[in-house]
Design a protein around this ligand. Structure first.
Ligand code: PLP
Length: 432
């Protein structure tokens, strides 16, 4: 079974030859809400959180990294199930609150927090700030209000393995491991700051369980060493996010059974060490939780041949989904799983290049795509694995193309969770 067929089988369905999501024909949702549109399935989102919880030791508390999908209705699915929220900006703080997350369950990481953002989140009683620089500590001291502070560590060893490497090198993220004790000392001495823990985040899109748990090991060992050297308990240890999802045909899903096996062994070995026996362990994934539960759907506006190639031109494009066009940090541009929704039951064996409406060859959604031979103008085309780093990680102002609608389905219900833009006002905000 190819990658696309596997995803179709695992998360979606077929009715009258068309692809369905949950109980809904995608064509019905497209008729109601228009295209292009993002559709999220609450039951897949809940399922992702549930399988992750099952896979890791009970003492792990999960926070949703809201940068992966800042729509409050999406985040609220995780919050309702008890997840906290990790934010990276003042606006994300308000999104998390709109999602129903109590301030005390919100963590703020990120290298460029401004005084205004910090003052606002502290005013609202944020749970914890993860400091990443000396300047930031100075700002917190100047704000003068009590707040819990964890130190984000830029690891000394290259604890990496995700597509994006962080750690072992100079970095704008976190405090260099060799300076952590000194920085904790400063936090301790500040009258309004309470040192509460450490945060490690070494890479994203990790698909190998041994690499992931290897990073967790590094974090636990570091926490033990730092706790002993500064003589303080580590109330909370944030292991970061970074759990991957398979986008490309050469990728395999993260094996959660192996994660369970390796993490149980790790916690059996180190978890009861007196330095961290009472430490709250945190994971803050974004992509793993939100990615598989969302699809981006467009309609073919043109099917044309040029020389030896067939092009399917859609009203969906990189302005709403930069990652699927291969332009969000990918070194090698590979195709996301793309499917003809209207003919999902037909074999996709015609080579086709799927492109968006923008006047640039960058706006390509499938370079080596395949579509059913009968693919025609009017067909609906979906990009799977699009619930994370889709709309919010895209150049939405480009060519003044209107924002797409976003729709959340939950069982038989469906609701619009973002109004689409219009020609008059292409970039509308979230309803608040
Ligand atoms: C500090 C921090 N935490 C969590 C995440 C979420 O990463 P992922 O979506 O790969 O789980 C990121 C992503 O950049 C991050 O920077």
């Amino acid at each position: 079974m190819d990658h696309r067929a596997r995803l179709l089988d695992e998360y979606f369905g077929l009715l009258d030859g068309e692809m369905t999501i949950g109980e809904h024909k995608i064509s019905d949702l497209a008729a109601t809400y228009g295209t292009p549109l993002y559709i999220y399935d609450a039951s897949i989102l809940r399922h992702r959180l549930a399988i992750l919880r099952d896979a890791v030791p009970d003492r792990v508390d999960i926070y949703f990294s809201i940068k992966a999908n800042p729509n409050p209705a999406v985040a609220s699915i995780f919050v309702t199930e008890g997840a906290g929220v990790e934010i990276a900006s003042g606006a994300e703080f308000l999104r998390a609150r709109d999602a129903g997350c109590p301030s005390s369950r919100i963590l703020f990481a990120g290298p460029g927090k401004t005084a205004a953002e910090l003052a606002m989140v502290i005013e609202h009683g944020i749970g914890e700030i993860h400091v990443e620089s000396d300047d930031e500590i100075t700002r917190l001291i100047e704000i003068g209000r009590p707040v819990h502070v964890a130190v984000r560590v830029n690891p000394l060893a290259e604890a990496s393995g995700g597509a994006m490497r962080m750690g072992g090198q100079a970095s704008p993220f976190g405090i260099d491991e060799e300076r952590v004790e000194e920085v904790i000392q400063r936090v301790q001495e500040a009258p309004n700051l309470t040192f509460s823990g450490l945060h490690m985040f070494a890479g994203t899109q990790i698909l190998k369980a041994d690499v992931l748990v290897g990073q967790w090991r590094h974090a636990l060992e570091l926490a033990i060493r730092i706790s002993e050297s500064v003589g303080l308990p580590i109330a909370q240890l944030d292991l970061g996010g970074g759990l991957g999802v398979p986008y490309f045909s050469n990728e395999k899903p993260l094996d959660l059974d192996v994660v369970t096996e390796l993490s149980s062994a790790l916690f059996a070995e180190l978890g009861d060490h007196p330095a961290i026996a009472d430490t709250q362990i945190v994971l803050e994934p974004g992509r793993f939780l939100a990615g598989p539960g969302g699809i981006y759907v467009g309609r073919a506006t043109t099917v044309k041949k040029s020389r030896d190639k067939t092009f399917v031109v859609t009203d969906a494009g990189m302005h709403h989904h930069l990652a699927a066009s291969g332009n969000l940090g990918q070194v090698i541009k590979r195709d996301y799983p793309v499917i003809n929704v209207s003919r999902a039951g037909e074999s996709h064996d015609m080579a086709a290049t799927v492109v968006g409406p923008l006047c640039t060859p960058l706006d390509t959604l499938a370079r080596k795509g395949t579509m059913p031979a009968q693919t025609a103008t009017g067909d609906l085309i979906a990009i799977l694995q699009s619930g994370a780093y889709g709309l919010s990680a895209s150049p939405v102002g480009f060519l003044s193309q209107p924002m797409p609608a976003e729709v959340l389905i939950d069982g038989a219900s469906h609701k619009q969770i973002r109004k689409p833009g219009t020609y008059e006002q292409p970039l509308t905000g979230l309803p608040r």
